[in-house]
Design a protein around this ligand. Structure first.
Ligand SMILES: [Zn+2]
Ligand SMILES: [Zn+2]
Length: 109
C-alpha cells in the first residue's frame, strides 16, 4: 500500500496523525469534563468548538482519520489544538485548565 502525505490546509505541514474534527471534539469533551471550570464555561467552549469543528468536518478533504476513517481531515493536530486553545482561553482565565490542555494535547511539541 502506498502511503501518501497530505498537507494541512492551514499551516501546510504534512499531517502525520490525521484526526478528524469529529474525533478531536470527542477527545476535547472528555478532557473538558474533568476540568474545574464552571458549567457555563464548559458549555460555551463546547458550543463554539462544535461550531468551528463542524464547519471543518463538512469540507471535503483527501485525508482519512486514523480513528474513524472519515475522509475529512484537512487540518493537522497542531492547528486543531491551536484553534481549541484560543477558544478555551477566551472563556476561562483558569490557568490550570489552560496548562493542562496544553500538556495533555502536547501543544508545545
Ligand atoms: Zn496545520
Ligand atoms: Zn475521526
Amino acid at each position: 500500500m502506498e502511503e501518501q502525505n497530505y498537507l494541512c490546509v492551514s499551516c501546510f505541514q504534512v499531517i502525520t496523525n490525521p484526526i478528524c474534527p469529529v474525533c478531536f471534539l470527542r477527545e476535547v469533551k472528555i478532557w473538558l469534563k474533568e476540568q474545574s471550570v464552571s458549567e457555563k464555561t464548559k458549555q460555551k467552549v463546547t458550543e463554539e468548538l462544535t461550531n468551528v469543528l463542524n464547519n471543518l468536518a463538512e469540507k471535503p478533504a483527501d485525508t482519512n482519520c486514523i480513528l474513524c476513517g472519515s475522509r475529512n481531515v484537512s487540518l493537522c493536530m497542531y492547528c486543531l489544538i491551536w484553534k481549541t486553545n484560543r477558544i478555551i482561553k477566551k472563556y476561562t482565565s483558569n490557568k490550570k485548565a489552560v496548562e493542562n490542555f496544553e500538556e495533555i494535547f502536547n501543544y508545545n511539541s
